[in-house]
Design a protein. Structure first.
Length: 145
């Protein structure tokens, strides 16, 4: 009798192989990725985005510095010049999308550069097509003491 996990493993691999077909057929799976634009999209001064990122590096830190890898991620956010709030389970940052997206990648990478063997980043992003958008302060003001 096969080990129960081996049948789950085969099923998982089969579902991954079927994924391109479900998402648009074999032609989609064989298309090369679109070429990167030579110029970055123009910044829209009115656009605003909120993002929350939680990094879960393994290990979280070292024997000498319990949260070394997480602190490295927060240091990248602090150096960004964007408005942010550190919370117990993640950090919220706000600003223009063209600054937020690269920052999220840099935060993730910072944990690895600090010595983590691996990391998982959980990211929530809120943005709109129109100018403006909520600020952290707008969303939490009535709940603050």
């Amino acid at each position: 009798m096969a080990h129960p996990s081996s049948s789950h493993s085969r099923l998982f691999r089969a579902s991954l192989l079927a994924l391109p077909l479900l998402l648009g057929g074999a032609a989609w799976a064989q298309q090369p990725p679109p070429a990167a634009s030579a110029a970055a999209p123009a910044a829209d001064p009115g656009r605003h985005m909120l993002a929350e990122i939680q990094v879960i590096p393994r290990p979280v830190g070292t024997a000498d510095d319990r949260y070394k890898h997480v602190d490295a991620a927060i240091a990248v956010i602090q150096a960004s010049g964007l408005r942010y709030e550190v919370h117990g389970l993640g950090t919220v940052v706000e600003g223009p999308p063209e600054k937020i997206w690269p920052l999220l990648q840099a935060v993730h990478e910072a944990t690895l550069q600090a010595g983590a063997e691996r990391t998982l980043s959980i990211i929530k992003v809120s943005g709109g097509a129109q100018a403006g958008g909520p600020r952290v302060e707008d969303l939490v003001r009535k709940f603050r003491n």
